[in-house]
Design a protein around this ligand. Structure first.
Ligand SMILES: *Cc1c(COP(=O)(O)O)cnc(C)c1O
Length: 360
């Protein structure tokens, strides 16, 4: 068996220790005589798996009293519509900060339900920065303020939390939740698809302040109402059981590493290795403003883009895969989530230096 270093933006690499444990427990989970995939979601075994996962997530994130943790399906994309449907209540508009491809999709979906006020945008800079808070034009009548706190495609990350006063702050943290400590109390809603940094595809995590649940209009679809999931412990219907189980193993792995503050140190170190090199050479470049660069998704390009195909093919021969940038921006992107070991980043750097020496 030989495993590659997988720089995919998502579904993405999982910690090897987690995959091994899942393999070891595949046919017989802790004496149950069956796989987690085969268990009733209402049986004591699976209930204990889900409860442990929720408790571990609460512990790692330091989720305060008064917040619900929901394990849903439908991806972060479903949250683009669930947020406005549930949070608007008697309001008619919401504030959105437009920082790239994912906020663009969130905005387009919200426009089906309300008036969207673009409070700030980095479109003028081709989405290479986070607009300074002083430039935001927030509307105090808005139901909430929505940010995409890590733009997975552009590689732009908020390294600060906007102070939006009493209006609830909603954040799409799909591609950096669990990469660093978060002060959950600053947010009304945090949501994330699991397949970037948390576990397999199929699970969507929502952390929501309890007072924001229950305001949906009477005609809302049952599955779109946060109340349905909050009142049933995310078991209104069959939850994505295996994805919850693997995410639970990832949470235990994170606890074993010392939690999110420790994980953050590693993520800072890994991303700095890449950015320092990108800034030190004329052969490669990173378009993102230094203060807003993502620790999770590192976009870069070769100054001679005629070499792109050769770069990708040779990288693959070195066991470095999924480095092609998103089709909307081109170039390269190295996604270096929690599960990417520092050795993977070092191997990428070594390859990039060698490629520069032979083509620069
Ligand atoms: C991947 C991603 C999404 C979409 O997630 P799905 O789970 O595929 O719906 C939304 N927002 C961000 C920031 C993402 O990285």
């Amino acid at each position: 068996m030989s495993r590659v270093f997988n720089f995919s933006a998502g579904p993405a690499a999982l910690p090897e220790a987690v995959l091994e444990q899942a393999r070891n427990e595949m046919l017989d989970w802790q004496g149950a005589g069956m796989s987690v995939m085969e268990m009733s979601h209402r049986g004591t075994e699976f209930i204990s798996i889900a409860e442990t996962a929720e408790a571990d997530l609460r512990e790692l994130l330091g989720v305060p009293e008064g917040y619900k943790v929901l394990f849903l399906q439908g991806g972060a994309t479903s949250q683009f519509s669930m947020v406005p449907q549930n949070l608007l209540a008697d309001k008619e508009s919401a504030d959105y900060v437009y920082t790239g491809q994912w906020s663009k999709k969130a905005i387009a979906e919200a426009r089906k339900f309300c008036r969207v006020n673009i409070a700030a945008s980095s479109e003028d800079g081709n989405f290479t920065y986070v607009p300074r808070f002083g430039t935001w034009r927030l509307d105090p009548a808005s139901a909430y303020v929505h940010i995409t706190s890590n733009e997975t495609i552009g590689g732009v990350e908020y390294h600060w939390v906007p102070d939006v006063g009493d209006v609830p702050l909603v954040a799409d943290m799909s591609s950096h939740l669990l990469s660093r400590p978060v002060d959950v109390s600053r947010y009304g809603v945090i949501y994330a698809g699991a397949q970037k940094n948390i576990g397999p595809a199929g699970l969507t995590i929502v952390v929501i302040r309890e007072d924001l649940i229950g305001g949906a209009p009477a005609g809302i679809a049952t599955m779109a109402d946060y109340r349905t999931h909050a009142e049933s412990g995310s078991m209104y219907n069959t939850p994505p059981t295996y994805a919850i189980y693997v995410a639970g193993l990832v949470l235990q792995w994170l606890k074993g590493l010392g939690g999110l503050a420790e994980m953050e140190k590693t993520n800072i170190a890994k991303s700095q290795l890449l950015y320092e090199y990108l800034d030190s050479t004329e052969f490669y470049g990173c378009p993102v403003s230094p203060e807003d660069r993502s620790r999770m998704n590192v976009p870069f390009r070769l100054f001679d883009d005629n070499l792109d195909a050769q770069f990708l093919a040779q990288a693959k021969q070195h066991g470095l895969v999924e480095l092609k940038g998103h089709r909307s921006v081109g170039g390269m992107r190295a996604s270096i989530y929690n599960a990417m070991p520092v050795e993977g980043v070092q191997a990428l750097l070594e390859f990039m230096r060698a490629f520069e020496r032979s083509h620069g």
